[in-house]
Design a protein. Structure first.
Lengths: 362, 362
């Protein structure tokens, strides 16, 4: 299927005129204009829940940089928030739930959500942003993986040892599977609603999959991501809807991730694109994977490291440039400009130009 | 070369009567008797620097559990502390340096240490502990890797993004190499002094190697560990001194780690022993790798997970059982007893008994 966008084309492993680039957390704290909106909104959740504000900050980085995709401003914890678990974000502390999950009973009492009711604010933000983008670049919708959302729901906050969910996993695997099933079903509805609202690409963030042993990862995390990949809408209005999976420290899981039927895998910077390709071949596109700390360096060094990542991927189709992790809040936006420019200029080969691909996009 | 200890024999990939087991941080906060000594000492560093106390807490877990090795109570930051960088440990906050490294000049001013002077307290603790152990089980000496120690010296404290050392790495690689060289040279002297004082085995902890890309890991971390492995004493008093390397999230590096000439590799729990063996074959012994969170589970589950780890390794020689990370401070010591008992009883096969190996050790 044809797409005019180089981001979509790369995800489908089709030829592109140059490597597309976007940045995890591109709408975020490193931008002074974001900090201003965030300050006025007072609460982080107010930003997520006010479609006008979510739309506004989603568009901010696009004013500065010629990025190849937008990603809707939201959070992976919108679902447990809609479960009425008392979510809040204390300054500099991360999320906290007033009423975390403690037992099978708590799980049985979780409501069934209608995304166009309890999470309508997300769809409204997507519709509004799509309207503003006018088809210039694709919009990414996203969600947390069932395992990652469950981790927060059980721990009640960020954890170092993940004692609570692991205790639960070892002691009550059946109850945990029940929670993960409920989350998967909810996520399928949620993702489909995002696609109906206009999301062009879906990304699943499995932030905490990497804390599991390989066997537990397969059983409690990847298994449910596969369920989602297999059941969500993959074509809409005659267009393909690519899905990207992201897990940190995924070297060991890559092969299994590629087997889920996803279109692309997001990689952190600890694995080289070369190694990743040698592990999984050409079945899926790869997204990543510059060390986000490279943006602390000087422009020359940033260009050199961008060149290294591009070279590691090689010249075949199927690469989306990104950082290996969300951009750090204390990065100078000027460094981002250097990176984006370097990706586009260094990946634009005379050969590609001669082929005349996507010439209208330049 | 022959050793009567199953721990040493396993590290040398020789047959054993049952799988040896010890626990990272076995002398630590999960033990009430440790917390008592720690409280009386007031400062964490006082514990490290008072040989009688270090010896006392080193021996504590051996009173409770039939462990196959002791590890000297110390810290990976003894070296930068001896550099007079103003190390302190604030309660629940981790290490902090008053005068972190900021420039090449700071690096050039670092002193050359004589381990038997500035770090004599470590050797005294080893000598004292060896005397108390009377050869019953081997004593492990240890150190941080050059990269990991450099990380603390530059960051000045625990970090999430490692901005300072990465900025330095990208901007001033020559200066960083100079620091790593000085640390390697210091570590070689330090490790040799530990061996002369009686350490039977050496373990190098590369806690922060896993934050690097593969290429940077090879250049800035493994390269220097290899230097150390190649240059330290490997035999003493007619006995082999095995060396164990430990890096978190090491799946990608395993092959290169095995090529350094080390005897064993410590694995966290995110890789299965089976995958590790298929990646590196039988060149080195493997140490690990139960998820430390399994000790939150009930005894039946602990036994089941121990059995899983033993089964994943298989029946060949060269396995030392351990957790994949230091034991968490809120673990019930009774759970450790269950784990140690399970390792010994489940790995004791009739075939091994018939062979009569190490019968005197039972």
């Amino acid at each position: 299927m044809y797409s005019e966008h180089r981001f979509i084309r790369a995800l489908l492993r089709q030829p592109v005129d140059r490597t597309p680039v976007w940045i995890m957390r591109q709408a975020g704290r490193y931008l002074p204009e974001y900090r201003e909106v965030r300050k006025a909104a007072k609460e982080f959740l107010t930003l997520c829940k006010t479609p006008e504000l979510a739309c506004q900050v989603t568009l901010q980085p696009l004013e500065r940089f010629p990025l190849d995709a937008a990603i809707i401003f939201s959070d992976i914890l919108t679902i447990p928030d809609a479960f009425q678990m008392g979510l809040s974000f204390a300054e500099g502390e991360g999320p906290r739930f007033e009423r975390p999950i403690r037992s099978l009973e708590d799980i049985e009492q979780l409501p069934t959500l209608d995304p166009e009711v309890e999470l309508k604010y997300v769809m409204d933000a997507i519709r509004m942003t799509k309207h503003e983008l006018q088809g210039r670049i694709p919009l990414i919708g996203f969600a947390g993986s069932p395992w990652t959302i469950a981790t927060y729901m059980l721990e009640g906050q960020t954890s170092k040892t993940f004692a609570k969910i692991k205790k639960f996993m070892y002691a009550e695997p059946v109850a945990l599977h029940r929670l993960l099933t409920h989350l998967s079903n909810t996520l399928i509805q949620y993702i489909n609603a995002q696609i109906m609202a206009g999301a062009d690409v879906i990304m699943l963030f499995d932030t905490w999959g990497g804390i599991l042993s390989l066997a537990d990862y397969m059983t409690f995390s990847l298994n449910y991501m596969e369920e989602i990949v297999k059941k969500v809408i993959r074509q809409h209005n005659g267009k393909p809807i690519p899905i990207i999976l992201f897990t940190k420290n995924s070297a060991q899981y890559l092969n299994s991730m590629a087997n889920t039927g996803c279109d692309a895998i997001g990689l952190d910077w600890t694995i080289s694109l070369e190694s990743a390709r040698s592990l999984i071949g050409d079945r899926v596109a790869l997204q990543g994977n510059l060390d986000p700390a490279v943006l602390y360096a000087e422009p020359d060094c940033i260009r050199r490291e961008v060149a290294r990542v591009l070279k590691q991927f090689g010249t075949g189709p199927g690469h989306v440039f990104n950082l290996g992790h969300g951009i750090y809040p204390d990065i100078d936006p000027e460094k981002v400009a250097v990176m984006v420019e370097a990706v586009h200029s260094l990946s634009r080969s005379p050969k590609r130009d001669a082929a005349g691909l996507d010439r209208d996009e330049r």
